[in-house]
Ligand binder design. Structure first.
Ligand code: NAD
Length: 457
């Protein structure tokens, strides 16, 4: 498999990817080693994961460089991601004992009832490239702590990072055969679906998610889906500082080049403040520096995947054909690399793909609304349900609106944000099941209900 730098279109290296046969062989090894890992005391499993976080932190410069070179995010954003991953691991290190401990729920007259949280066994973690450390950590860290063995398939666009994660786990004391990296693209991912695993944890597009869910349905094992979004941000007429809101919204839409599952993908603004918002937003976007992501100050790097350029061009053209107005950007940047100019469109509506389908790039549509009712109706008019944001001065207004929106996360005066202490989950086409928080620890277990009588009944 050839690995290219999306900023320069040059070959970084070529690696030998896995085949269905080698994936099978890795599966047999993790299957054999899982029971002993489960028998390893929880405190030792946690200590190994904590050591992994230490290694991430101590090698962050080299790791950030590799990530930036293979997927194109600005170097400071790679640093942020690795730092964020180490922080997230800390949550699991500090909280797993509590949530994995056996629970005695009844103790009376010779009867003890208790719940023991057993691991699922061997799980597949099929992952995305946009935040390989963060979305990986959500799955493989609590899975390992809970006593599972993991077959980890990083995205083919972040293979080097995936291999590095494997190396660091092994260096940190996780036995080699408890965490195995399986490299390759969709075909190798498919091969994992044919293995008799005890759970499938997927982060990626809705299309692939649907394929996986269908392919493993007859196995009757847990299958969890963290998929894409079309996340709305609404600005009611309850804002003392519209320009500041516009800046925050622009950051939420364009951070990581718009390639975040919870990136702001569509914006609605109350008509009373619409013009002011639009001006401040466009100004902010026009000063984003586009360039080689290894250079200081660059905010917009290349897209990770060349084929996404055509998707964005198509969305922009479709919007323009249906009456949208282009305020800035709108096309591939005139330079080597998979760059797309940060793009703002207005006079948009829900007949346009731009407002309905995930863009996953530096493109945003901003729509004027007459009042909160129209804002809410448009936020709700989507097949997705990952996050929703409201920016306004009054918490009550925000909560009133957010309570009516069908999404897994609800933001007031923030967006594009994930917290280790809160469940991360999608609804509708954004998937199901939770990672993070105590729920995201228990996700990787199966409860065993003990009914224990000290007499013969
Ligand atoms: P993708 O669906 O193209 O690929 C994801 C993974 O699936 C990759 O490892 C890929 O090799 C593998 N794969 C592809 N075809 C497969 C098949 N037939 N069987 C098994 N595996 C297969 O997605 P992507 O481009 O890597 O990621 C971008 C998508 O992920 C976006 O939609 C984004 O919103 C979503 N995402 C969601 C979250 C979340 O937490 N909800 C987080 C990050 C990314």
């Amino acid at each position: 498999m050839d690995i290219f730098n999306p900023a320069t279109e040059t070959l970084i290296t070529t690696i030998q990817e896995d085949t269905p046969a080698s994936a099978h062989e890795k599966y047999e090894r993790v299957r054999r080693s899982q029971p002993a890992w489960h028998q390893t005391p929880l405190s030792e499993r946690i200590a190994a994961v904590a050591q992994f976080a230490e290694l991430l932190s101590s090698q962050k410069d080299e790791l950030a460089k590799t990530l930036t070179q293979e997927m194109g995010k600005p170097l400071n954003q790679s640093h942020n991601e690795i730092k964020g991953a180490a922080g997230r691991i800390q949550y699991f290190v500090e909280n797993s004992e509590k949530w994995l401990a056996e629970e005695v729920v009844t103790e009376e007259e010779g009867l003890v009832e208790k719940i023991v949280y057993e691991p699922l066994g061997v799980i597949a973690n099929i992952s995305a490239w946009n935040y390989p450390y963060l979305v990986g950590v959500n799955v493989f860290v609590p899975a390992l702590i809970a006593g599972n063995a993991v077959l980890y398939k990083p995205s083919e666009y972040t293979t080097l990072t995936g291999l590095k994660i494997g190396e660091l786990f092994h260096q940190a004391g996780i036995p080699k055969d408890v965490f195995q990296v399986v490299t390759g693209g969709g075909e190798v991912g498919k091969a994992l679906l044919n293995l008799p695993l005890d759970g499938y944890f997927f982060t990626g597009s809705n299309r692939t998610g649907q394929h996986i869910y269908e392919a493993v349905a007859s196995r009757m094992v847990p299958c969890q889906m963290e998929l894409g979004g079309k996340d709305p941000l609404y600005v009611p007429n309850d804002n003392a500082n519209v320009a500041q809101v516009a800046q925050a919204a622009a950051e939420g839409a364009f951070y990581n080049n718009g390639q975040s599952c919870c990136a702001v993908e569509r914006i609605y603004v109350h008509q009373a403040i619409y013009d002011e918002f639009l001006e401040a937003f466009t100004q902010e976007v026009q000063q984003f520096k586009l360039g080689n992501p290894e250079e200081d100050g660059v905010f917009i790097g290349p897209l990770a995947r060349q084929e996404q350029i055509a998707v964005l061009e198509q969305q922009v053209q479709d919007a323009l054909d249906k009456g949208a107005q282009l305020l800035t950007g709108g096309k591939k940047a005139d330079r080597t690399g998979y760059y797309f100019e940060p793009t703002v469109l207005t006079e948009v509506n829900h007949q346009m793909q731009l407002m309905r389908e995930e863009s996953f790039g530096p493109v945003i549509g901003i729509q004027r609304v007459a009042d909160d009712d129209e804002g809410i109706a448009l936020m709700q008019d989507t097949d997705y349900g990952l996050t929703s944001a409201v920016y306004c001065d009054t918490q009550e207004t925000a909560e009133e609106i957010l309570a009516k929106i069908d999404s897994g996360s609800a933001y007031w005066n923030c967006c594009d944000r994930v917290s280790a202490t809160l469940p991360w989950s999608g609804r509708k086409k954004s998937g199901f099941g939770s990672t993070l928080s105590y729920q995201g620890i228990r996700t990787f277990t199966q409860p065993k209900a003990y009914h224990l009588r000290s007499n013969h009944g």
